[in-house]
Design a protein around this ligand. Structure first.
Ligand SMILES: Nc1ncnc2c1ncn2[C@@H]1O[C@H](COP(=O)(O)OP(=O)(O)OP(=O)(O)O)[C@@H](O)[C@H]1O
Length: 311
């Protein structure tokens, strides 16, 4: 495993940053780490890149203990709220980061133009960072993270300042990294983006992992159903709610989430038995957003696929 944590916990005094985090992430994956504001995402990433000491629990990064210098040299990190020295040019900033990574002179000469091209800043390296647009600043941050050709890269909201084309380019960069066997740990609020690129995801809320697994397994574990029913009565709504994980009624439209497709006939049977009229029943693609909203708003019935949960 490229990254493993076991009961990793961070307390800020009596306040929980994150608690009992158990993850195991394999090489060559794009791993999506999701959660609402204040859930504990940055706390976990900061522990994994060596910026915070855990209160308890253990972790290994690139098969070495937390804080190991060799592992840090092969780890890239794009923080969420970065602010680089505006008086430096893009090349000077990269050169500074290359020294921090202890790249040799030859590596510097090779990697700096390579990462500038990779993030779409080819030809812009001599411009001062103060003159960069927000999107360009995000790109130069990504270039810093990719500078050592890392085996593992943590990207905290890497596309928040980018336009749709820029977002697509960053997705392509992540996929290209994966195709070379690199591992990407992606923190993002953009669920559709995570759904497009990630192989595995974990959802965290109030410091605890609520769901984790391979993306395709998590999304088929629930079935979303929409029914058009005339003559809904409170007892019928109660019966439908009892048959489903979640049930929302708006006039004659009933939206439900089921644990499996096998439960669909019992919904139809309940409607017919009650004397109401079933005009339509359709299943719809369950998006990551559905899963996220159900878990966070529904108080969290956890799902665990065969994926990245470690304990
Ligand atoms: N330095 C700190 N001192 C005290 N509490 C902190 C500190 N940093 C974070 N917290 C608390 O820890 C919890 C997790 O915060 P964290 O920043 O890890 O969440 P997050 O998921 O990254 O949030 P966001 O998506 O808003 O960036 C929150 O309740 C936050 O208030």
């Amino acid at each position: 495993m490229i990254l493993e944590t076991s009961n990793l916990t961070k307390m800020y005094g009596s306040k929980t940053g994150c608690s009992d985090i158990c993850l195991a992430i394999d090489k060559g994956q794009i791993f999506g780490f999701l959660g609402p504001n204040g859930a504990g995402k940055s706390t976990l990433v900061k522990m994994l890149v060596g910026l915070l000491f855990p209160t308890s629990g253990t972790a290994s990064v690139l098969r070495r203990p937390l804080g190991d210098l060799e592992a840090r040299r092969k780890t890239g990190f794009l923080p969420e709220n970065f602010r680089y020295q505006e008086w430096l040019t893009g090349e000077e900033l990269l050169s500074f980061h290359a020294s921090l990574y202890k790249l040799t002179g030859e590596e510097k000469m090779r990697r700096i133009p390579a990462v500038l091209n990779q993030v779409g800043l080819g030809g812009k390296g001599k411009q001062k960072i103060g003159s960069y647009s927000k999107g360009m600043q995000q790109r130069i941050g990504l270039a810093c993270a990719l500078l050592p050709d890392p085996d593992l890269v943590f990207l905290d909201e890497p596309t928040s300042a980018l336009d749709p084309l820029g977002r697509r380019e960053v997705r392509e960069i992540m996929m290209e990294l994966r195709s070379r066997g690199k591992t990407v740990f992606l923190n993002s609020h953009l669920l559709s983006e995570v759904e497009m690129v990630c192989d595995q995801v974990a959802i965290i809320n109030q410091g605890r992992i609520m769901a984790a697994g391979a993306m395709d397994e998590l999304l088929v574990e629930t079935v979303a159903v929409e029914m058009q029913v005339e003559g809904l009565t409170p007892p019928l709504i109660n019966e439908l709610a009892a048959l489903s994980r979640s049930c929302h009624v708006n006039d004659s439209l009933v939206r439900l989430t089921l644990g499996s497709r096998e439960q669909i006939p019992s919904l139809a049977a309940a409607v017919v038995r009650s004397g109401a009229y079933l005009f339509s029943l359709q299943t719809r693609h369950n998006s990551l957003e559905d899963l996220f909203v159900n878990l966070i708003q529904g108080g969290g019935e956890g799902y665990a696929g065969s994926g990245p949960v470690n304990c």
